[in-house]
Ligand binder design. Structure first.
Ligand code: SF4
Length: 231
């Protein structure tokens, strides 16, 4: 039974880089990336209403180098704007896994931190960071546009200084995240993305990438079928 499999919560160790020149290029790339970010805003809850003022002329997030993007393939930031129902969380995970790395998740609103006013709801996922690696939370019910802009500036600073590497954690501890997803969605949960293959590709395959939850996934995984169109 899925409930009998423990979820390992220990943080993975970051590998150390020894070539001093690598850091020069890292800093240059981090600076460039921090000034050119595409943001996919996944409007799940009421906090989304603060995004139009944050994007438009008064607060104008484009002056920070951040531009809205409508597809996950080109997006660098996934902005989750409020409470997340269990059904919606599945779509958020599918969206996140389609984004290219490096990628960053921001949880807006108290509902993404701890469930907020839906803390007792049977249909709501309470802590977003149990299912995806969250880089930054902007708390409040709902946070004002100033808080959204301030949170985005904090993310830019973190990217610039190479401190926003939480996306690596999804590959290094995939078994942990998958375990939490299976607890919520059931044993048959699967996504079209080969996360383990990507972990190998990025050189992030670690001792906690595989575990009992990935074994369970491999035992139930079926080839994905094209969706049937019904009018
Ligand atoms: S924190 Fe408040 S404003 Fe934000 S999604 Fe939850 S209930 Fe809505």
């Amino acid at each position: 039974m899925i409930k009998d499999i423990p979820i390992i919560a220990e943080q993975a160790q970051q590998p150390r880089r020894t070539n001093p020149l690598a850091h020069v290029f890292d800093e240059l790339m981090n600076f460039a990336r921090s000034r050119s970010l595409f943001m996919l805003h996944y409007c799940t809850g009421c906090g989304a209403i603060e995004l139009p003022p944050a994007m438009t002329s008064r607060f104008d997030m484009e002056r920070l180098g951040i531009q809205p993007m409508v597809t996950p393939r080109q997006a660098d930031i996934l902005l989750v704007t409020g409470y997340v129902s269990i059904k919606t969380l599945k779509r958020i995970i599918l969206t996140y896994e389609q984004m290219g790395s490096p990628k960053h998740v921001i949880g807006i609103c108290s509902c993404t931190v701890n469930g907020g006013m839906y803390w007792q709801s049977y249909a709501t996922a309470k802590k977003l960071d149990e299912y995806l690696p969250v880089d930054l939370y902007i708390a409040g019910c709902m946070p004002r546009p100033e808080a959204v802009i301030s949170g985005l500036q904090k993310l830019i600073d973190n990217i610039k200084h190479g401190k926003s590497d939480n996306w690596k954690d999804y590959y290094q501890r995939y078994d942990h995240y998958l375990g939490n997803q299976q607890h919520l969605f059931g044993n048959n949960w699967q996504t079209p993305t080969d996360v383990i293959g990507e972990a190998r590709e990025y050189g992030l395959f670690g001792p906690q990438t595989l575990g009992q939850h990935t074994e369970l996934l491999e035992s139930v995984q079926k080839p994905l079928q094209p969706l049937e169109m019904k009018l």
